[in-house]
Design a protein around this ligand. Structure first.
Ligand code: MG
Ligand code: MG
Length: 275
């Protein structure tokens, strides 16, 4: 059952999301070769607790850390550790959740550490654009399938990358994972209709190679079968006053999708004033 949110509840979710965004901002400034996953995990936990919030992932289903830190061929749910040392050329995906006043925020970002392979850079750019194309589908009257279709069409058909099927986006609220499921693949016009008050996390996980993934021996870390890198970007968004509102960005973001015959792209404009 989808739990639609009131404007007041959306503002509470925004507060949690903005704290998560602050964590990503801090990591963007601090991340460098030689640091460990555990180091950034501790920094993230301190920042979240200093703001009177609680890490959203720690203890969730038994997950042991504040962040999911997934490097290179790791797709999602990597467990930060002292042994996980970052190197130049790594792509580091950081997923973070926080709970503030009873509501979750959830967002992820994939960072490139120094010079990375050109095809990996393209993967990051395509995954980020796919996220925004998915977000641009969040308009009244559209359906969940329209989001997945936009992401899959761009990443798979236009760019030949692998769209992970085993993990999906989700509703966000008093629980981290609420209905509806938001797949990164799908058909236009299928699934639940998008209605005012919907709050969902859209989170494409896109592989440079094939879509197949597996769960590691730790029971958590999901990696690509072909060992090629993967990227993951996530925003929590709301359908509010007939428009999509990106809750996990401190800047307003305007999206303009351009269709040129078979090719689609999206222009992302950050609106100057903070919300
Ligand atoms: Mg997440
Ligand atoms: Mg999520």
């Amino acid at each position: 059952m989808i739990i639609y949110k009131t404007p007041e509840e959306i503002e509470l979710i925004r507060s949690s999301c903005l704290l998560v965004s602050k964590v990503h901002e801090m990591i963007a400034q601090e991340l460098r070769p030689g640091l460990s996953g555990m180091h950034i995990d501790r920094m993230a936990e301190t920042l979240i607790r200093d703001h009177g919030a609680v890490p959203g992932f720690k203890g969730y289903g038994g997950f042991p850390a504040t962040l999911c830190v997934s490097v290179n061929e790791q797709v999602v749910h990597g467990i930060p550790s002292e042994k996980q040392i970052f190197s130049e050329g790594d792509v580091v995906s950081v997923d973070c959740g926080a709970i503030l006043e009873g509501f979750y925020g959830d967002a992820a970002y994939t960072f490139a550490l120094g010079d990375i392979a050109p095809e990996t850079m393209e993967l990051l750019e395509v995954t980020k654009t796919a996220l925004y194309l998915g977000i641009a589908e969040v308009v009244p009257g559209n359906r969940i399938g329209d989001i997945g279709f936009a992401i899959q069409d761009y990443a798979e058909r236009q760019h030949g990358f692998g769209v992970v099927r085993d993990l999906v986006g989700h509703g966000v609220g008093r629980s981290l994972h609420e209905d509806p499921q938001v797949p990164n693949f799908g058909k236009r016009g299928r699934g639940a209709k998008l209605q005012e008050g919907l709050v969902i996390a859209i989170e494409p996980m896109i592989n440079l190679g094939k879509k197949e993934v597996f769960t590691g021996k730790d029971g958590w870390t999901i990696s690509t079968r072909d060992k090629l890198p993967s990227a993951h970007y996530e925003h929590t968004v709301a359908l509010k006053e007939g428009k999509v509102d990106i809750l996990s960005s401190f800047l307003g973001i305007e999206l303009a999708v351009e269709q040129n015959n078979w090719l689609q792209t999206v222009r992302v404009r950050e609106v100057e004033q903070a919300k």
